[in-house]
Design a protein around this ligand. Structure first.
Ligand code: PMP
Length: 464
């Protein structure tokens, strides 16, 4: 599909009417629809076409769901095959050939040690439900209650998943520091920062008066996605694995967003070689349709029949689309491709950061990339970090949309521009994405005053 977008003189009434009715009828809690006022009507690969006739490069990809982009032919074919076969579409958690094939394909991709004895639980079709299931599983298996999670985490919106996330307001989940180089709580960053974070965790567990009883489990993301695209160092992940294993604490790794090749390995845990006790999976495993599972060591399988039920655990179309997606990523080495292309894109983002002092940090792993926008007029801390600039980030997102590029914001202050393109993008498409982003940042910088009321943010080197 061509990358150029057509811009009609005025948006057609259908487009405007749909958006107007949406804002009148839908909940105040709606999210993406606020910052991305588009009406998708057709999509293929990286490209979405709106009811306004414009084309957009979609770097949101259904919040990281679309490993193969929109409407990939192998996904459509898998869905059509199920539809044409007359198979039941709704089967609760009964066995079917489609489910059997999905499970076989999924197990073929898992870290070897886990796959040997893994058990799978099909959950209600959202990442958050699988997170709830993981907590229930480890609580039953250990007989303990507490949980450990990390600052900046995102695990979903149901009660327990939210309690384990960075945005929790009332929670009994113990919060641990996540290694975040740019805003290191210990003001050191790098290996030292990660080492101190690990020591803090260890001391909480080993100090009999820390006030933290041994938990039922620890949950972490190998790369914090919503938290602002923060990849955990492999050594730190190995430390977390050692610390939890030595104390018989199940380690739950949330790969809802990082899974299926996104970070440059099939599963993000493959980079460090750690084998979690439980992996939480959703998003890409359903090949763009809703599906969520947990996969865990058989020793943990101590819960009772019905311990985690749910009506919609048997989505046959999602399982077929998911199996096709997993197989396509595996056989075409799209995980490696994501790693290589992501590294090149990160190089270009690093060059962009050198040209703009409003870019505090660029980071990522594979095709999970982030650009943290900061207030250049504010003083930097001892580590060189400046306060986040959410207003500028929103202006960049808006300027991207005007240039036919859909990006998501994330991070603690919604000041990180996130890129989550499909793993199938070409080199040329990657260049087009970065060209539009660079142009959008330059435009936003020209027009957005700094948050402290200072003059518009300027290009690096041209500031007074
Ligand atoms: N875990 C992670 C790491 C996620 O990124 C998300 C969603 N962004 C979730 C869990 C929750 O998934 P869902 O929105 O499908 O409930």
């Amino acid at each position: 599909m061509a990358l150029t977008e057509t811009v009609p003189a005025a948006a057609p009434p259908a487009h405007e009417g749909i958006l107007r009715r949406q804002s009148l009828r839908e909940s105040a809690a709606r999210t993406y629809a606020r910052s991305l006022p588009i009406v998708p009507v057709r999509a293929r690969g990286l490209t979405i076409e709106g009811a306004d006739g414009r084309r957009y490069l979609d770097c949101l990809s259904g919040a990281g769901t679309l490993a193969l982009g929109h409407n990939h032919p192998v996904v459509l074919e898998a869905i059509r095959t199920v539809l044409d076969s007359g198979a039941p579409l709704h089967v609760l958690d009964l066995a079917t050939p489609v489910k059997d094939a999905f499970t076989t394909e999924l197990f073929a991709t898992l870290p070897g040690k886990l796959a040997e004895t893994a058990r799978i639980q099909f959950c209600g079709p959202a990442g958050t439900d699988a997170v709830e299931a993981a907590f229930k599983l480890v609580r039953t298996a250990t007989g303990r209650d507490g949980l450990m999670a990390f600052s900046g985490a995102y695990h979903g919106m149901t009660a327990e998943a939210l309690a384990a996330s960075g945005g929790a307001q009332h929670t009994s989940v113990v919060r641990l520091p996540y290694p975040y180089d740019y805003r290191c709580p210990f003001q050191t960053g790098g290996e030292r920062g990660a080492d101190l974070a690990a020591r803090w965790t260890q001391s909480l567990l080993d100090d009999p008066k820390s006030g933290v009883p041994t938990p039922a489990g620890m949950i972490l993301e190998p790369v914090q996605g919503e938290g602002g695209v923060i990849p955990a160092p492999d050594d730190w992940l190995r430390r977390m694995r050692e610390i939890t294993a030595a104390r018989q604490i199940p380690l739950i790794v949330d790969e809802v967003q990082t899974g299926v090749g996104r970070t440059g390995a099939f599963w993000a845990v493959d980079h460090s070689g750690i084998v979690p006790d439980v992996i939480v999976l959703s998003k890409a495993i359903g090949g763009s349709l809703p599906l969520a599972v947990i996969v865990y060591r058989e020793e943990l399988d101590a819960w009772q029949p019905g311990a985690h039920a749910g009506t919609f655990r048997g989505n046959q179309l999602a399982m077929a689309a998911g199996a096709a997606t997993l197989a396509y990523v595996r056989t075409n080495g799209l995980d490696r491709r994501a790693g290589e292309l992501g590294a090149r894109m990160l190089d270009r983002l690093t060059a962009l950061a050198a040209a703009h002092d409003c870019i505090g940090d660029v980071r990522g792993r594979g095709l999970m990339l982030g650009v943290e926008l900061v207030d250049r007029s504010a003083d930097a801390d001892a580590m060189g970090a400046r306060p986040a600039d959410p207003r500028l980030a929103a202006a960049v997102q808006h300027a991207c949309l005007e240039r036919g590029l859909i990006v998501e914001l994330g991070g603690r202050h919604s000041a990180v521009v996130r890129l989550l393109p499909p793993l199938t993008i070409t080199d040329e498409q990657a260049e087009a994405i970065l060209d539009r982003l660079a142009d959008a940042i330059a435009a936003a910088v020209r027009t957005t005053p700094g948050p402290t009321g200072s003059s518009p943010t300027t290009m690096r080197g041209t500031s007074p």
